[in-house]
Ligand binder design. Sequence first.
Ligand code: ATP
Ligand code: MG
Length: 412
Amino acid sequence: MKMSKMSVKPEKQAPKDAETINHKLLVQAGFVRQLMAGVYTYLPFGLRVLRKIEKIVREEMDAIGGEEVLMPMLHPAEIWKKSGGWDNIGVLFKLKSRTDRDYALGQSQEEVVTPLMREFVKSYRDLPRMPYHIQWKFRDELRSRSGILRGREFLMKDMYSFHLDQADFDKFYEIAKKAYLKVFARMGLEAKVTEASGGAFTEKVSYEFEVLTEAGEVNILYCDSCEFCVNVDDFSTIKQGDKCSKCGESTLKPSVAAEVGNVFDLGQKYSKAFDLKVATNTGEQVYPIMGCYGIGISRTMGVIVEKFHDDKGIIWPLGVAPFDVHLIDIQQNEKAQEIYEVLKAKGIEVLWDDRDINVGGKFTSADLIGCPWRVVVSERSLATNEIEVKARQSDEPKMMSVEQFVKNLQSV
Ligand code: ATP
Ligand code: MG
């Protein structure tokens, strides 16, 4: 992509009203624009990052048997009344049509997916099933001042699983947890599997995937010697300094974290509410056990920025960067065009700053946008065919041939 053709340009200053790093950097670098608190436009750079995160999530959900669908955002009020959510879920956005009918905007999709699966799932032979989708969600959040970490409109992957019995659910629950850790690791994030309350409807424990960051809103206690981690916002019995109940080695340490995903055992709440029954192999009719599995796609993008940045800008991990290479030419437009084409032909994603501005401004933009590699085409490149390559987090540029650079990238 050529920057001269883009409407969006990186700004000199961060927006004054921004309180969090992700909000500041994502707006300043030209990834998003805020329409109102909690509602954002994703601009070309931002959209590319969202799509990369989606791709990783999609690949890992497909790998554990997920079946991708796309369910609607606009819901009839009846399904929310049936589950009790209409009166009990404070964040549910409700609307009225001009014919005085009530509707809700999807804040989650149990109410849609359960009657949907009722049409297809009739016997034990049809289970397990794991439909999922990646869709915008709407929540009437009271406070939305943490950039894209808490949106009133935000992108979520939500998977729902349907099982004949608890044992089959338990097996899949573990598989899903492992897949979640893989998803976050592929984005460079270390997520802690955190015990949390199962929400308003159940006594059961749920598991949140928490990334340690000051920008988060969750208080956790974690153990240094094992993977134990607990959300203490609703678990008042466990205290800082307590011995880890799992390994007994260390005392629990406090931290603030952001929830990037979670998994719930829904039991039979929704299969009962929507009368979804299946026949067992003896002909008995039973309500399947359900699970739900969410990942905040847009929140995760914000968390990545909170974790990976310096005073000059964002430092995107390889798998989610908007482009692999940020190409800058020092008035060697034709040579840069040639190298741009060569890199693209090798499948490398290149952002070329071909704007007619001074080179210092181009370097500043490259640091702010944060692509993993900066490549400079200078006068020397004309004579030697070499380019200057610098990793975003390094201070030491290296000269190398285009061929060598391509080889290096392909071996990462
Ligand atoms: P939170 O505790 O942060 O309010 P939640 O527990 O209500 O979130 P879920 O309903 O389980 O979240 O949604 C699944 C995932 O969607 C969460 O793990 C989080 O990553 C993301 N998410 C939830 N609410 C928001 C929001 N308002 N903005 C952006 N992402 C969100
Ligand atoms: Mg939560």
